[in-house]
Design a protein around this ligand. Sequence first.
Ligand code: NAP
Length: 481
Amino acid sequence: MRTPVAELFQTPYSLSFESAGNARFAVYNPANGAFLADVPDAGAAETSAAIARAYAAFPAWAATPAIERANLLRRVAALMIDRREQLATVMTLEQGKPLSEARGEIAYAASFFTWFAGEAERVYGQLIPASVAGKRLMVLQQPVGVCALITPWNFPTAMLTRKLGAALAAGCTAVCKPAEQTPLSALELEKLFIEAGAPAGIVTVLPASDPRPFADTIFADERVRKISFTGSTEIGKLLIRRSADSVKRISVELGGNAPFIVFDDSNLDAAVSGAIASKFRNAGQTCVCANRIFVQRGIYQRFAQTFSARVAQLRVGDGMQDGNEIGPLIDDPAAEKVAQHVADATDNGARVLVGGSTLAENKRFWMPTVLADARADMLVAREETFGPVAPLIPFEHETEVIGMANNSSYGLAAYVFTQNISRAWRMAEGLEYGIVGMNDGMPSTAQAPFGGVKQSGIGREGGPQGIAEYLNVKYVSWGVE
Ligand code: NAP
């Protein structure tokens, strides 16, 4: 049963603790500009208070048996699935993605809690054989402490649970700053922690209209021991620089420029479906979405035709309406960036096969667009477009396409479609990327390590690696008589 929209926002949103500040900011629906709700606007004082709460909660939470920490995560995951319809509705309203995708994101987000609940119970130590008789060498893994988690607007729930699941499973406590455009999903998640009986202070969500007071406070405060950030490479670099002064641990999941490579010997239908899934999910606003589609000459015409026919059928419109598959872009600058990329491509010889413009009545809705005869030197191939635009770039040989694919300062996700096993191996090994989807357009899953190389980031989320980001390794050397 879908909750009527008006009922969703009847209770005013508040911080989970008493605070003197009464500043608030408004959240709007990107599909139509409608006001949705206002939320507390956390500044330096609120951030400091939340850190103090997280710091006070840390010793008891770290000492809580892993099975109990795991059980809290499982309870919240179950609540998320139980409230999926309501949570998905909030997400679609504030972020714009189609409701079916929002439902998918809630399930995906909950899966991080389930996965990390299991990992909490598998944080093992180690005994190392010593080189002398009177010694025993032991390794402990301990939670790093208070963590500051900063997340973007494109996956408002999953980007948070991917960090928070790992942090809480490890025994850390967290202060969380969601993106200004999508704080409601994070606040809804925080409510579920309270409902599930989470100890006060282990999770605090701090919406903010200006991220800088939050950032200044977490960097200045010695009690914050770890920062985890997902967002743009530009801000990621800034945070890495800032972490130097207090030598805080930092993980950053940043931008991408994913190559999607289709060889002559691929299964055409699988390649087309993979490209659609990878390119058009969330209207192309995902860090792993195909940004450059390289198609080998022998299959180029057939791929362009079949792909364009499928793309032309994608329905554009408000994500709240059933059947719509492409929602609005998050804001006007995002839509302008797409316009600039398409104009640059067509001015330089690319041909529009499908789309190429916005809906006449609302310029935030970009029609899914396919550009033929694009080239690697065009803006659309050099930069992350973050919109529903698929540039097709023809190529001749495997060595040529590996070179083109790796010719990027980013290295997050890459995709390859081929049925030649040896080629698949060569490509998997040769691509300078943290994730390779081999005949798979949707590789992200909670139990696998997600993250990039080069300027796409430092660290991994999900998988067994994800929890390691929140653990300190301590070596204890014992003299034994
Ligand atoms: P963004 O502008 O970097 O913002 C991300 C988060 O950082 C937001 O919460 C933002 O707050 C905050 N922020 C901005 N300036 C800050 C500062 N000076 N100090 C501390 N925090 C600051 O990125 P975005 O435009 O929201 O997200 C899109 C980008 O994220 C794309 O490049 C995409 O590829 C990347 N992304 C990467 C992954 C991954 O896993 N690698 C996943 C999803 C997205 P405000 O909202 O208040 O500005």
